[in-house]
Design a protein around this ligand. Structure first.
Ligand code: PMV
Length: 320
């Protein structure tokens, strides 16, 4: 029976935004993420008697997304000395390309399904390294709870691990979907261009200290410190994009409105923080007691806004 592999997406609280090696996808900085329960990808792999095929949510893909999957499969086949054409079927329970890194769950599930298909036994660390070759953020989606991707300097030393898979913290995430259009600058191009900012190097120099602040916040179960550090790190990333040469931004007018609303809520005593990835949508970090109030404020300030409430997700799993 064909196995289905499920991987959840993750949101980086300390961002990965720059590659040291684009072939191996070695990052310039270490990153830390929260795995999310509401967003995930299910993937199955079977043999194909003709060519490689990739189906996403039931429809056959032909463009760049299919090529990326086939290139990745060939890379893994060469690595493990296996061959054959494959049919990859994925179901994405993530708003694709709308600012939540669907590639994190997609490539984690694909790496897991590949190993399952060829009966290749790997450790979680090795699986994280394999997922990394497909998409950097996917390295963290092997684990539940909070995961750290240590940057490393080689293929062997760059992988993620769980800081804690069952965190004690009351940490909720509200994904505010302001815009459903796919991002116009893919993350690989964005992170390359960001390096032209005069603030990129100083930001990189802060990585270890920011990561430690975040680890300490998690260990101390300190939501305020986690939220402050997450928001600061995200704003630094977007400030670097704006100050690149040429400058660019993923923000849309509604992104700024959402950031201001988070600031207003906070000033009025409703503690919340925001983080934003390579897209216009804002993710609000808060605690359970404030979910209702924050949701209703966003609903009344924005028209047609979709809000999904998520919390901690689990690591990669086999469903059958
Ligand atoms: O893994 P990629 O190539 O989709 O890049 C992810 C980049 C961010 O989502 C912006 C940050 C991160 O660490 O997930």
């Amino acid at each position: 029976m064909t196995k289905t592999i499920r991987a959840h997406t993750n949101i980086a609280l300390i961002k990965y935004w720059g590659k040291a090696d684009s072939q191996l996808r070695l990052p310039l900085m270490s990153s830390l993420s929260m795995t999310l329960d509401k967003f995930y990808t299910d993937t199955q792999i079977t043999n194909s008697s003709t060519t490689n095929e990739f189906y996403l949510n039931g429809s056959k893909q032909t463009g760049n997304s299919a090529q990326r999957v086939f290139t990745y499969i060939k890379k893994l086949q060469a690595k493990f000395g296996v061959s054959g054409n494959l049919i990859v079927k994925s179901t994405n329970h993530v708003p694709t390309a709308a600012g939540l890194a669907s590639s994190s769950s997609a490539f984690a599930a694909l790496a897991g399904a590949f190993c399952e298909h060829y009966h290749i036994k790997v450790s979680q660390t090795e699986l994280s390294r394999l997922a990394r070759l497909g998409s950097g953020s996917a390295s963290r989606s092997i684990f539940g709870g909070f995961a750290i991707w240590q940057k490393g300097t080689t293929d062997e030393s760059s992988y993620a691990y769980a800081l804690t898979e069952k965190p004690k913290m009351d940490l909720q995430l509200l994904a505010i979907e302001l815009n459903q259009l796919p991002k116009d600058l893919p993350s690989t191009a964005g992170m390359q261009q960001a390096q032209t900012s005069p603030f990129f190097k100083p930001w990189l120099a802060r990585n270890e200290a920011e990561l430690n602040t975040m680890i300490n916040a998690i260990k101390a179960n300190d939501f305020s410190s986690l939220g402050q550090q997450a928001e600061l790190n995200a704003m630094e990333m977007h400030a670097i994009n704006l100050s690149a040469n040429p400058g660019f931004t993923y923000f849309e007018p509604n992104t700024l409105r959402a950031i201001k609303l988070v600031q207003q809520l906070r000033n009025s005593g409703i503690e919340c923080y925001c983080t934003i990835d390579a897209g216009p949508n804002v993710k609000v970090l808060c605690q359970l007691r404030n979910v209702k109030e924050i949701t209703s404020r966003f609903m009344s300030e924005f028209q047609n806004v979709k809000i999904i409430h998520a919390s901690f997700g689990t690591g990669i799993s086999c469903l059958n």
